[in-house]
Design a binder for this molecule. Structure first.
Ligand SMILES: Cc1cc2nc3c(=O)[nH]c(=O)nc-3n(C[C@H](O)[C@H](O)[C@H](O)COP(=O)(O)O)c2cc1C
Length: 360
């Protein structure tokens, strides 16, 4: 157990260091939004100052359709990062996720690095555990411990088969994962959000997640931070499963395609995460029907560079960009944005994809 504690602690610290210092995107792997063109409205017919970016998600009203996706916790420096980001999210009234709480279950001393609501009361906080853990050794007891010890308002259950496959100490037994997920949805006292971390998913799985009781799905598409690449970078001299330049690293459903599919076929709220690095991409995801867009790497980079001010500046600019696009298509609310799919034209690869999948 002691070794496991140490491995987890240093892994989470290494993740943040790699995200800050290295190129953790994959060359030639885009998240697909450049394949969607917007038909603007030449006469917007609205006043820019009356445009609202408010959105309702899981019963709460937020000021912008942005989620700071779960990242860290479990080692001493993570406390400062999580609390700093939490303060900004509470100030801007947007939801925030924390990193996997497995470290906290294994070593309760690290609980305070996740428990940001101790300091930041009004935050909507999304807890985080990996589904594979429930196929192995976690059960209801660990789940409830994770929810209660951080007063989570919702719980993200991450699915990350490709990451585990590339991770030096990865867990590969996903047997009975669907049954475990269904059990979690049944006993959970808070809404359950399933979350991919960069390989995306097809609509078939999203529809099944909705059917078994998930409250929302973060399709976590490819084209943003590559967790496969990041884990391959952590192999120290041993024989990694793939080379860092292996074309397999473009694996996955690009965020734009996964968002489009999920929104056409399912009715539960969709979160679009994965390389959502500017407000124009975010606006397109909302036009597809997504309720929120998730952003991870740029937020932690802004925090490490300029602290809370940097994060606030980044998120305010991001929100303003969404608003500017709303103005150019003459839409005054996020609810209305989510009905604008017909003004989004899929071309080339996106059109081919969506035709083949019988989505358009
Ligand atoms: C430093 C860092 C740590 C992360 N740790 C977790 C984690 O513990 N659990 C999880 O579900 N996702 C984790 N993620 C994945 C993000 O939530 C997100 O899905 C992914 O990074 C894609 O978003 P991006 O392209 O905006 O970075 C982490 C991301 C970053 C940047």
């Amino acid at each position: 157990m002691k070794d496991e504690k140490l491995v987890l602690k240093s892994r989470k610290a290494q993740h943040v260091k790699l995200v800050i210092d290295e190129n953790v995107g994959v060359e030639n792997a885009s998240n697909g939004f450049e394949y969607f063109e917007v038909v603007p409205r030449s006469i917007p017919n609205i006043d820019f100052d009356e445009i609202s970016t408010e959105v309702e998600f899981l019963g709460r009203k937020f000021s912008a359709p942005i989620l700071v996706a779960g990242m860290t916790g479990g080692y001493p420096e993570a406390e400062k990062i999580n609390i700093g980001i939490a303060r900004v999210c509470a100030k801007l009234n947007i939801p925030m996720g924390i990193g996997s709480q497995r470290a906290m279950i294994i070593n309760s001393d690290t609980t305070r690095t996740f428990n940001v609501k101790n300091e930041v009361k009004d935050l909507f906080l999304i807890g985080n555990l990996g589904l594979v853990q429930f196929c192995m050794d976690f059960d209801r007891k660990e789940y409830e411990m994770a929810v209660d010890s951080v007063q989570a308002d919702a719980m993200a259950i991450h699915v990350n088969a490709f990451q585990e496959l590339c991770q030096p100490e990865g867990d590969l037994n996903f047997k009975n994962a669907w049954e475990e997920l269904e059990k979690i949805c049944k006993y959970s006292k808070v809404p359950v959000i399933v979350k991919e971390v960069g390989s995306g998913m097809g609509f078939e799985e999203v529809v099944k997640m909705e059917k078994i009781g998930c409250a929302a799905v973060d399709i976590g598409g490819s084209g943003g931070t590559s967790w496969a690449k990041l884990e391959l970078m952590r192999h120290d001299g041993e024989d990694p499963p793939f080379a860092l330049d292996d074309p397999v690293l473009t694996w996955g459903v690009p965020t734009a395609f996964a968002s489009y599919e999920a929104n056409v076929k399912a009715t539960l709220p969709i979160i679009s995460t994965g390389g959502m690095y500017n407000g124009v991409m975010a606006a397109k995801a909302l036009m597809m029907g997504s309720t929120l867009v998730g952003v991870a790497r740029p937020v932690i980079q802004a925090f490490m560079k300029d602290g809370e001010d940097g994060v606030e500046k980044y998120l305010r600019h991001y929100t303003e960009t969404i608003k500017r696009v709303m103005f150019l298509i003459g839409v005054g609310s996020i609810d209305k944005m989510r009905t604008q799919r017909s003004r989004l034209i899929p071309r080339l690869r996106a059109r081919e994809w969506l035709l083949h999948r019988k989505i358009i």
